[in-house]
Design a protein around this ligand. Structure first.
Ligand code: E4P
Length: 218
């Protein structure tokens, strides 16, 4: 499973990219608002720091507007994935932009039928929002499972499942077990994936015993 980080904080992205474990980045208008910087500049900097897909979301809601904005975003760098909402105009924009060679991430997916439509529209990525579904009392991961089943039933559908709105480390494990192609994870959750108290305790014990040997490796 690929790891994308869900943030528009360029400093944080560069730090995480240095691990060599980052496969891409997703942003959204709320994350860009939090960064308080010029959107196109942010996207250009992220694209230069991370070679994988970088999702940049359109703000228009009509087809013409989405196409204009999508083309502008796609011109920033080869690795921009234009993010469009899961509406009829969003699906039409998806079809047109992918036809022009752009990567497209169809976002705000809350049902399996929406995901089927996005795949038929040629989406590169579909983003089911797991955490927001959980918040509403539904089972977000069940949606990822349903989409996996549907896409596997029809191998001609090439869309990658990008598990989004991930809130905790359990979500990451579940997405991987279900076979999501990608999980986009907030930086804090990505950092938390490495932690286990027994790892810390075990390392402490090994180091204490190693000191007793009085040896050096180099
Ligand atoms: C995905 O591309 C979205 O940016 C994101 O995962 C939304 O997450 P949230 O529900 O925590 O805002």
């Amino acid at each position: 499973m690929k790891f994308f980080v869900d943030t528009a904080d360029v400093t944080e992205i560069k730090e995480l990219a240095a691990t060599g474990l980052l496969d891409g980045v997703t942003t959204n208008p709320s994350l860009v608002a939090k960064a308080k910087r010029d959107f196109r500049e942010i996207i250009a900097e992220i694209c230069a720091a991370v070679p994988g897909p970088v999702s940049a979301e359109v703000a228009a809601t009509d087809l013409d507007g989405m196409l204009k904005e999508g083309r502008t975003l796609a011109r920033i760098a080869k690795n921009v994935a234009v993010k469009v909402p899961l509406t009829w105009d969003g699906l039409k924009a998806c079809r047109a932009l992918t036809g022009e060679g752009a990567m497209v991430n169809v976002t705000l997916c809350f049902s399996a039928n929406q995901a089927l439509l996005a795949a038929k529209a040629g989406a590169t990525f579909i983003s089911p929002f797991v955490g927001r579904l959980d918040d509403s009392g539904a089972d977000g991961m069940e949606l990822v499972r349903e989409i996996r089943t549907i896409y596997d039933n029809f191998p001609e559908l090439k869309t990658q499942i990008l598990a989004a709105s991930i809130r905790n480390v359990l979500h990451v494990k579940q997405a991987a077990m279900i076979g999501a192609d990608v999980a986009t994870v907030p930086p804090a959750v990505l950092r938390a994936l490495v932690s286990h108290p027994l790892t810390d305790k075990g390392l402490e014990l090994f180091l204490a015993d190693w000191r007793k040997t009085g040896q050096r490796i180099v």
